[in-house]
Design a protein around this ligand. Sequence first.
Ligand SMILES: [Zn+2]
Length: 142
Amino acid sequence: MARIRLKLPAATDPIMLNAQLPPEHEIERPVLEVHQWCKNGDHPEDDTQEVCTPGGDTFLSEGKVVRYYRDPDVAGKSLCPKCNVKMHDHGWIDASEGGHIVCPGDWILKGVKGFFPFIDDQIIRVFYEFVEEEEHAPCAGS
Ligand SMILES: [Zn+2]
């Protein structure tokens, strides 16, 4: 788990940077809880279980928040145009209309009533500052 909040406008906007506004102009910046998703089972609310096959192998059941990305029209070995990682290593978040592909490295905001918005890793680093960092190994392929 990590905590983020929007950077001050001064941190990203060159005009605001030069204006040097006094502190009372600080906008309200709520602290948000986020989790970086790299692979199935990464989200704390995924509730994955170890499943044993009759052959003695084990695998992790599908996450409840970030599901497997599987599309019969998209080859699993094809590469994602956004992150260049193979599509079978991607996740899927259900939404009221359809759903969203989650790239390894994307950040999932803490759910509000079963809604799990997510943020691209590059966007989060441009617009948000980390109040508290998450400690885990970097995502493979990123
Ligand atoms: Zn991707």
